[in-house]
Design a protein around this ligand. Sequence first.
Ligand SMILES: [Zn+2]
Length: 180
Amino acid sequence: MPNMHEIPYKKRLNSEKNCDNIERYMNRFMNEALKEAQSAYELGEVPIGAVIEKDGQIIARGHNMTETWKDPTAHAEMIALREASRVLGGWRLPGCNMYVTIEPCSMCAGAMVWSRIENLYIGAMDEKAGACGSVFNIACNDRLNHRIHIETGIMEEECKNIMKQFFRQLRNRKNNKSEE
Ligand SMILES: [Zn+2]
């Protein structure tokens, strides 16, 4: 067993003996994606958030803005991808990892493949529209020239709960209106 201090941090994270470290590392970024989801929630947007990380640093973030901007492409992931491209000065994002609270749709998964995102970390799956394993798997498909490594279930409960809370509130508001 080599001395732990001699192994670069990233390699150490990948060693199976350090599952706790990996989890803590992934949760740190998912937590930031959740903060983005919260910002969307406060605007009355479906609460989905995303961050893009490179070499342990967050280089871009985004949250759903479809209602506010009246733009069907203003998903959290698309906004983060655009920002990351601006930051890095190109549309290819090698070595970048995406953390997103809810499984990306076909549009976002497609954009992630185009941008060559390396790893995708998902909070909760979306059985109705997810394109990273649920309805389709665009993010990791042999027929495309780039495949994204996917990990799911990161802070799943927290990511699910904020969605549930949002839709519950929306239903309550609608019910109250119809009673008036
Ligand atoms: Zn999307």
